[in-house]
Design a protein around this ligand. Structure first.
Ligand SMILES: [Zn+2]
Length: 86
């Protein structure tokens, strides 16, 4: 099956929680909503297609939380997406 492998290539510390991953108080930790507890935001990704190789940035979009959206792919084709940390 065709596979899409996503890798994160660069990050920046989350400005909301200053990299701690929570924005609550010491006695009541609360997961940071901006970075979802990771303490960092994604600033770069690499997407590798088993058929086309490394995809150009125009083929996908990504969010600071690490969600990657593939563009211009046939919705009916079965594709296995391999996400970081999965
Ligand atoms: Zn944060």
């Amino acid at each position: 099956m065709r596979t899409i492998t996503i890798r994160y290539t660069s990050f920046r510390p989350c400005p909301n929680c200053r990299g701690r991953g929570d924005d609550g108080f010491d006695w009541r930790p609360q997961r940071c909503r901006r970075c979802r507890g990771r303490g960092r935001l994604v600033t770069g990704v690499e997407v590798e297609d088993s058929e086309e190789g490394i995809l150009p940035p125009s083929r996908y979009e990504f969010t600071a939380q690490g969600e990657v959206y593939l563009l211009d792919f046939d919705e009916h084709e079965e594709i296995e997406v391999i996400r970081p940390g999965a």
